[in-house]
Write a protein that binds this ligand. Structure first.
Ligand code: 5GP
Length: 201
């Protein structure tokens, strides 16, 4: 009897409140785990300084985004603090079929849509070490108006309430440690009994 890993890649969803440090952790993961495929989302949010089209996001107008929804081009989408965000479907489905692991860094409403479609996905929730630290990080970013900061804090509190729908919680006390934990989760998930196929000689 031989055992082999499943051919289909793992779909990994990373969520967490604004200020948990998802962006920083994902940027570090790109170096730390180059074997992972990172899905680039579409959004109607304006680019922040230094953000590049096709690298950080595909920046769209509301009309373009709504067209993508109508054409069923998105695997999931959500409205978050006044803007649309969504995951282009084709790229993700093709990479998974090729056996690559794909990481989606998305907010909770989108993650719940993915969970319904991909119940075997791996759902990871990233949290800051404390709520005080969360506020400090959101305020310290300095790129948003007071109103947006308050809305993000309010949204963050609601997002924390959905933690129970996730398989794993990673505390982002240090970026390197958080990346280590995420990598360990992915390795362990590949070893799950139900993901290993037994092949008879
Ligand atoms: P930001 O504006 O800070 O880049 O992102 C705001 C929120 O949108 C973050 O929680 C981020 O994870 C989430 N987000 C980014 N891309 C997507 C996506 O494709 N779908 C969904 N549902 N959320 C996304």
């Amino acid at each position: 009897m031989q055992f082999s890993h499943q051919k289909q890649g793992l779909l990994i969803v990373l969520s967490g409140p604004s200020g948990a440090g998802k962006g920083t952790v994902c940027a570090r993961l790109r170096n730390f785990m180059p074997e992972l495929t990172y899905s680039v989302s579409a959004t109607t949010r304006k680019p922040r300084e230094g953000e590049q089209e096709g690298v950080n996001y595909f920046f769209k107008t509301r009309e373009e985004f709504e067209e993508m929804i109508r054409n069923d081009e998105l695997l999931e989408w959500a409205e978050y603090v006044g803007n649309y965000y969504g995951t282009p479907r084709r790229f993700v489905e093709e990479r998974l079929a090729e056996g690559q692991d794909v990481l989606l860094e998305i907010e909770v409403q989108g993650a719940m849509q993915i969970k319904r479609r991909f119940p075997h996905g791996v759902f990871i929730f990233l949290v800051p070490p404390s709520l005080e630290e969360l506020r400090r990080r959101i305020e310290g970013r300095g790129t948003e108006t007071d109103e947006v900061v308050e809305r993000r804090l309010d949204t963050a509190a609601k997002e924390l309430g959905l933690i129970e729908h996730y398989d794993y919680v990673v505390v982002n006390d240090r970026v390197d440690a958080a990346c280590d934990r995420i990598r360990s989760i992915i390795i362990a998930e590949h070893c799950r009994r139900e993901r290993l196929m037994a092949i008879r000689e």
